[in-house]
Design a binder for this molecule. Structure first.
Ligand code: PLP
Length: 434
């Protein structure tokens, strides 16, 4: 096969093409390579295949929908599926968050939420609120808005002059003092105070539209929020009229045992983004869930006409919505959110069983998200992590390197035997790694 024409995203193309890793098919917890080798998916592929691969209800729904209505626009035209899916999503969302806007991806969801926040303030006569606050090491996708509020240096570096200038960042919460914490670290809630003590006095609350937070910073290296930290951010935002956006692209759909991280932490944000697990990865779909008060500002606006000048050709695409409905049915039928919660204790044991192995400097976890952090090789950051990833793949387990951390995020259908295989394989690899 000619590999030269496909410019692969977020990939070291030259390294990959020199030693490709290809998959041919997938079922439940496993990929199958073209040579017929099974590889356990320890990362729900990209934190998205929450129901497992090629689940019958989901693929049947996509097949049937493709034959019935391939596409219909949602611009001043309707078809039943996005309405039905929005109703199902609203039923799973936190109380008072019932309005769903569809996009095709998490990146689009983030930029949509940022635009909604600014438009909301303007409609309420607070048009000076145009500034966004993000956090170091957060990942909010790759569009200009999401990249600007994001805090992953390598994603920002080449575009420094293109990033939005109306953005400030809070410090990230990772600290060596919290190494090997099980679940949420005990120390660090006071890092939230930076919002009230530095950022708000600097910019003035009357200029700030929204704070965006990924409740668990997954792609930024699996950073678990300290106990009480997110609650404190919520309180500060409320006090100053700043909208709180939870970017739930990874934490949504049962990853922490509840439908969304918002419910896990007992926090009601003003806007929530989602993507990935809504279709278990089978068809691209994302969206924003808005609190009713935010939505009302648009619907109560004086004069008629379009309330929100925003949307994508494929917002509410029939195939994506059919996949979404079938995925939510699968979650419910198989009680996968409860299963995720039940399995999180065993998963935690697995993550922390890696403590004490060569080069391990931290193990951390929450729900079914976890990571082991390795000490970087002198002068070659990321190399040890990458080599560990490659060796795990060769031994039949797919996990993801993020710098020198290895991230774990199995589908919610994972049984103990699968978790044993993931952590057993990683342990074997770490023992052999220099
Ligand atoms: N937001 C978060 C928290 C994410 O983790 C991701 C992707 O990993 C995104 C946004 C971007 O989603 P997508 O890759 O679907 O654009």
């Amino acid at each position: 096969m000619n590999l030269s024409h496909y410019w692969m995203p977020f990939t070291d193309n030259r390294r990959f093409k020199a030693k490709p890793r290809l998959v041919a098919s997938a079922k439940d917890m496993y990929y199958v390579t073209p040579e017929g080798r099974q590889v356990l998916d320890g990362l729900a592929t990209l934190w998205c295949v929450n129901a497992g691969h090629c689940r019958p209800r989901i693929i049947e729904a996509i097949r049937a929908q493709a034959g019935e209505l391939d596409f219909a626009s949602s611009f001043s035209l309707g078809h039943p599926l996005p309405f039905r899916l929005a109703e199902r999503i609203a039923a799973l969302a936190p109380e008072g968050m019932g309005q769903v806007f569809f996009t095709n991806s998490g990146s689009e969801a983030v930029d949509t939420a940022l635009k909604m926040a600014v438009a909301y303030h303007r409609l309420r006569g607070e048009g000076t609120r145009t500034r966004f606050i993000g956090r170091e090491r957060s990942y909010h996708g790759v569009n200009i808005g999401g990249m600007s509020v994001g805090g992953v240096p390598s994603n920002r570096k080449a575009y420094a002059g293109t990033l939005l200038t109306n953005v400030d960042h809070l410090r990230h919460t990772q600290s060596p003092d919290n190494a090997f914490s099980k679940g949420q670290p005990a120390r660090g809630a006071d890092l939230a105070d930076e919002l009230e003590h530095r950022v708000i006095p600097l910019h003035d609350a009357s200029n700030i539209a929204a704070l965006i937070v990924d409740p668990v910073q997954a792609s930024g290296g699996v950073l678990i929020p300290p106990q009480g930290y997110l609650q404190r951010l919520r309180e500060i935002c409320t006090r100053h009229g700043i909208l709180l956006i939870f970017d739930e692209v990874i934490t949504g759909w049962g990853r922490l045992g509840a439908p969304f991280a918002a419910q896990h932490f007992g926090i009601r944000p003003d806007l929530m983004t989602f993507a990935k697990g809504i279709t278990s990865g089978a068809v691209p779909l994302g969206g924003v869930i808005a609190a009713e008060a935010v939505h009302r500002a648009f619907m109560d606006a004086k004069g008629g006409g379009i309330e929100f000048f925003h949307g994508y050709t494929y917002s509410g695409h029939p195939l994506a919505c059919a996949a979404g409905l079938a995925t939510l049915e699968t979650y419910e039928e198989e009680r996968l959110f409860e299963k995720s919660k039940d399995q999180s204790g065993y998963f935690e044991q697995g993550v922390h069983s890696l403590k004490g192995l060569p080069n391990v400097i931290d193990c951390r976890n929450l729900g079914l998200i976890g990571a082991v952090e390795l000490a970087p090789r002198p002068g070659a950051p990321g190399e040890r992590g990458y080599e560990a990833f490659e060796k795990c793949w060769d031994k039949g387990v797919y996990v993801r390197p993020i710098g020198d951390a290895l991230a774990f995020c199995p589908p919610l259908i994972a049984e103990r035997k699968h978790l044993d295989q993931i952590f057993g394989t990683v342990a074997e690899v770490l023992k052999s790694l220099t």
